[in-house]
Design a protein around this ligand. Structure first.
Ligand code: HEM
Length: 389
């Protein structure tokens, strides 16, 4: 080897390392500047939209937002009351601007658009659980899935699920009955557990008995995951994945995710082998077999005749578990609350049910074109149920 090469070797190495470090630093700086420029441009673009209060750079309104779900809801109500006369409202969640639409004519523009199908940035935080199912996906993936899954919402298919709904609704009514003429109680968890029982059995064909065993790991994980995800959306300092894991909440998120995915994975695997056994005529399980949304997914094919993969199916089942319990539980709770607050409306509903179905008494399944369980409603006092009639 030439002597000058030996002497200059370490120097060359040092020079190479220094250049690499400068280049990496310059690239990082450039990316940061690019991000800042984009952020400043967005800030400028959004200036004209009314806002609730001064937004701090980068954290926006995040420090202002209540972490607790109940308090946050009250806060949103207060803002929409305060700014009722404005057409829309802007809120910076960290560096991300959110626009709140609360007038029917503005909301309609978005809901009827076939172009505006991208979900907001916040939906990214649902992806660890739901993957890219119907709720979180966009573009061609969403269009193809939507086309494939729309037939599963057909009325005749939904009718098959009425027995399941009636069964679980009866458990709920029996639980409520125990409170007749007793102290005030919070019916929220009763309703949520009932909604979970119904969605579990209609989506996966699995009776988890949540109403009788609210302590199941899966039920707790569904419940906690919805809550944790909504909290994370409001707190930009919890957004980076690795950083999030340093916090108790991040670790709970990871634990819940594991419980949720292994439960759905097991149900899908079990159902696939059960269907195989049925096909091969070696199914030894007696009794009526109910079709679930999962069975329809296992049989669904796209335009090219391709079936959904295990992963695709898990995404959709998890999506239905999330979408199907939280929304319906909230809607039922609101309906009960309002019926309790307005006894005259409650009386009207009761009369109408009697008119349509007759006065046979509670918990009876009627067949008048469609089946229906007549459930009995509750008095409300200061937000608490005080008894079932
Ligand atoms: C009162 C009850 C319900 C309400 C208020 C409700 C509300 C909504 C809303 C507002 C969306 C649009 C969300 C968005 O695109 O950002 C949505 C989408 C969706 N909901 Fe519901 N929902 C309810 C019940 C259900 C149930 C019971 C299921 C399933 C069993 C379900 C499954 C879905 C799915 C899969 C999507 C995504 C659809 C798509 O983007 O193509 N929902 N729901």
């Amino acid at each position: 080897m030439e002597p000058w090469l030996v002497a200059d070797g370490p120097k060359l190495l040092l020079w190479g390392a220094e250049t690499a470090a400068y280049l990496a630093g310059a690239t990082l700086l450039l990316s940061l500047l690019q991000l800042l420029a984009k952020y400043a441009q967005k800030w400028q673009q959004m200036r004209a939209i009314p806002t609730v209060a001064y937004a701090f750079p980068l954290v926006g309104h995040s420090l202002l937002m209540k972490a607790d779900g109940q308090e946050f809801f009250q806060q949103i109500i207060q803002y929409s009351e305060e700014y009722r006369d404005r057409p829309l409202l802007k809120l910076w969640v960290g560096p991300i601007p959110m626009v709140a639409l609360y007038r029917a004519e503005n909301v309609e523009v978005i809901l009827t658009s076939s172009k505006q199908i991208d979900k907001s940035y916040m939906y990214k935080f649902l992806e660890p659980w739901l993957g890219q199912g119907l709720l979180t996906s966009t573009g061609n993936k969403w269009r193809a899935r939507r086309k494939m899954l729309t037939p599963t919402f057909h009325f005749t298919i939904l009718e098959d699920f009425l027995d399941v709904m009636n069964e679980h609704a009866n458990v709920l009514v029996k639980k409520l009955e125990k409170h007749v003429n007793q102290e005030a109680f919070n019916c929220f968890f009763y309703i949520t557990l009932c909604a979970l029982d119904i969605i579990c059995e209609t989506a996966m064909g699995k009776n988890i008995g949540a109403q009788n065993n609210g302590d199941s790991d899966y039920v707790r994980a569904v419940y906690r995951m919805s809550d944790i995800t909504l909290r994370r959306m409001k707190m930009p300092w919890f957004w980076p994945d690795l950083w999030y894991l340093l916090f108790k909440e991040g670790r709970e998120h990871r634990r819940s995710l594991k419980i949720l995915h292994s439960f759905t994975n097991n149900v899908i695997t079990e159902r696939v082998s059960q269907m195989k056994a049925e096909e091969e005529g070696r199914d030894d399980q007696d009794g009526i077999k109910r079709r679930a949304f999962l069975d329809l997914l296992l049989g669904a094919i796209d335009e090219e005749g391709k079936k959904l993969s295990h992963e695709d199916i898990r995404e959709e089942v998890d999506t239905f578990m999330f979408e199907g319990h939280d929304t319906t539980a909230a809607a039922i709770n609101w309906s009960l609350y309002l019926l309790g607050c307005y006894p005259e409306a409650q009386k009207k509903v009761d009369n109408e049910l009697d008119e349509v179905f007759g006065t046979f008494g509670p918990f009876i399944r009627y067949t008048v074109g469609t089946k229906c369980t007549k459930t009995y409603v509750i008095h409300f006092h200061g937000g608490q149920a005080v008894g079932a009639i």
